[in-house]
Design a protein around this ligand. Structure first.
Ligand SMILES: C[S@@+](CC[C@H](N)C(=O)[O-])C[C@H]1O[C@@H](n2cnc3c(N)ncnc32)[C@H](O)[C@@H]1O
Length: 210
């Protein structure tokens, strides 16, 4: 994001303002290669729940939600921007996907109503790096509320680095461990496939709720 975009995010209702202005430089319009790899190709895929509820917090236009939802797994996309969520619903209609496979909700990750049973799978990509770093402890506590025992959290760690400003704020493996280790067992942190512009800036993490 350029400086002007970062300044808009920092305003009240800033994310929705970006969506209103049609500014979404993060949007790759296709599921992340690392998500497909971890779900379909890596040995760890055997340990990832194939049924129940999945959640993509800060889902944007929902590409990863459409990938994760299927006949066995209901995927929820959550976004604080009503405009983004309406776009997801419009895309769902165009794709002919049912609400039982891809459900979209407007809400704040830190306080939305959790569906009964919680989420057996959560996928965080470009959300941990989007929130203010001081909210990271609350992010870790919230993940532990959302995911029942033996549920799985996939974190596509991006952007690895140490720059100061954001979003996207820099992340590190240690930053995820710091927020997750008390409630999650780390099953994997590994290199992964990436979009061209993000090569070398990402790692995949898989965590099981204790
Ligand atoms: C950097 S974008 C990433 C979108 C999507 N994951 C992608 O990669 O295309 C971050 C998204 O998180 C949403 N968001 C920011 N804060 C949020 C919060 N507290 N709860 C839910 N969504 C939030 C924004 O509206 C935005 O769509």
């Amino acid at each position: 994001m350029n400086n002007e975009t970062q300044d808009i995010v920092k305003q009240q209702d800033g994310w929705n303002e970006l969506w209103k202005r049609d500014i979404h430089p993060w949007d790759k319009e296709t599921p992340s290669p690392a998500l497909i790899e971890v779900i379909e190709q890596k040995p760890i895929s055997a340990q990832i729940p194939k049924s129940g509820n999945a959640l993509v917090p800060g889902c944007g236009r929902g590409v990863d939600v459409f990938y994760l939802g299927n006949e066995n797994r209901k995927a929820y996309g959550l976004d604080i921007s009503p405009i983004a969520v309406q776009q997801c619903k419009d895309i769902r209609t165009k794709k002919g996907v049912s609400e039982s496979q891809a459900e979209f909700m407007v809400g704040d990750f830190f306080k939305f109503d959790i569906p009964s049973g919680g989420f057996q799978l959560v996928y965080d990509y470009t959300f941990f790096c989007a929130i203010q770093p001081e909210l990271r402890p609350a992010w870790g506590r919230r993940m532990a509320e959302l995911i029942p025992t033996d549920g799985v959290l996939i974190t596509l760690m991006y952007p690895l680095g140490n720059h100061a400003d954001g979003p996207p704020f820099a992340v590190s493996e240690a930053a995820y461990h710091e927020q997750l280790d008390s409630n999650f067992a780390c099953l994997l942190v590994d290199s992964c496939s990436s979009f061209d512009t993000r090569q070398g800036k990402e790692k995949i993490g898989v965590w099981r709720r204790k």
